[in-house]
Ligand binder design. Structure first.
Ligand SMILES: [Zn+2]
Ligand SMILES: [Zn+2]
Length: 335
């Protein structure tokens, strides 16, 4: 290519990344397809009918596992992605989660499906909170020759080292699972060691507890503000098929959430969010000009952490609601 053509190409390239966001044609490019369930089993009213973990096949190389609300109202999602050489588990579940049996069953089914005897498993975390790390000890104790585990504790230094992040939190890290490159974006603010993951194969962005349909608890507002700006910049010009976060707390009715402690969410919001919700969240935070406050949007809300942000009696009301939910857990359909 001569210099003139090269400069035109460069110019077009710049236009492509600035004016034409995402993809040039509506055929999805090379993005691997995937589907989400219309309803999660955890939306049912009877605990006896909900498995400890629901395993959903987004596609044959990407699984979403959801913890039963009957074991913990947080009912988090964890994510399991397969490459040719390694698999990656994001998070290990919350209190009473008992993830190992469902995890081993899912990986062994994948091995059988692919005529493989074993696959190494990387275990990492969206962040360090207990509702995503409670299963760590059980997974470290797995000792299954078909699934040798490399465990990355949810700590800044270990995360930097494994994913090759030179400067935390401004640099992007990576892990190649074999034909599957994952970008790792540090996004502290909700917590100290929060990261987002971008799977280039499916264009899925794992938002952790930073972008999901519900209350986004913000512990460090300045860090959170910068992290959202970097996440917006990272995704600019890239296809984002779905943002998949760790929880659903929002109901399907715009602006209405399920209170803290809710187990039974028969009419919950779908898990997936578009990049537009990330942009909206970022705008909301910018509009606060450095002074955090609660801010509810259609599909997501900002909840700064701290007693000064609670309304009188709120904590007690949540505790009461949680106890009532537990008392009714075996049959929420009963009057
Ligand atoms: Zn969290
Ligand atoms: Zn959480």
């Amino acid at each position: 290519m001569n210099r003139h053509l090269a400069s035109i190409a460069l110019g077009l390239g710049l236009i492509a990344t600035t004016a034409f966001a995402q993809l040039p044609q509506p055929n999805g490019g090379d993005i691997q397809r995937g589907t989400l369930p219309a309803r999660w089993l955890s939306q049912q009213p009877k605990c006896m009918e909900i498995p400890e973990w629901q395993v959903h096949e987004y596609n044959p190389e990407f699984y979403i596992l959801r913890q039963s609300p009957c074991t913990d109202f947080e009912k988090p999602f964890v994510f399991l992605l397969f490459g040719h050489n390694r698999a990656l588990l994001m998070d290990t579940g919350s209190r009473n989660g008992n993830l190992v049996p469902a995890l081993e069953h899912t990986i062994k089914s994948w091995l059988a499906r692919n005529n493989r005897a074993s696959i190494p498993l990387i275990v990492a975390h969206t962040h360090e909170h207990e509702d995503h790390t409670f299963g760590d000890a059980a997974i470290r104790a797995m000792n299954d020759p078909a699934i040798p585990v490399t465990f990355i504790p949810s700590e800044v230094e270990a995360t930097k080292k494994f994913f090759g992040i030179a400067n935390w939190p401004t640099d992007i890290g990576h892990v190649d699972l074999g034909g599957r490159m994952i970008d790792v974006i540090p996004i502290p603010g909700h917590s100290k060691v929060s990261i987002a993951m971008y799977d280039r194969n499916t264009a899925v962005l794992l938002g952790g507890d930073t972008v999901y349909p519900g209350r986004i608890y913000v512990a460090d507002f300045p860090a959170f503000t910068s992290s959202l700006a970097r996440l917006v910049a990272f995704t600019e010009g890239k296809p984002v098929a779905n943002i998949l976060g760790n929880h659903i707390e929002q109901s399907a009715t715009p602006f209405v959430d399920y209170p803290v402690g809710t187990m039974y969410q028969p009419n919950e919001h779908e898990l997936a969010l578009p990049r537009g919700t990330l942009l909206e969240l970022n705008e909301a935070v910018i509009s606060m000009h450095g002074t955090p406050r609660r801010y509810c949007m259609r599909d997501i809300s900002v909840w700064p952490v701290g007693p000064e942000f609670m309304t009188p009696g709120e904590e007690a009301a949540f505790k009461k609601h949680e106890a009532e939910e537990k008392a009714r857990m075996w049959d929420h359909s009963a009057p």
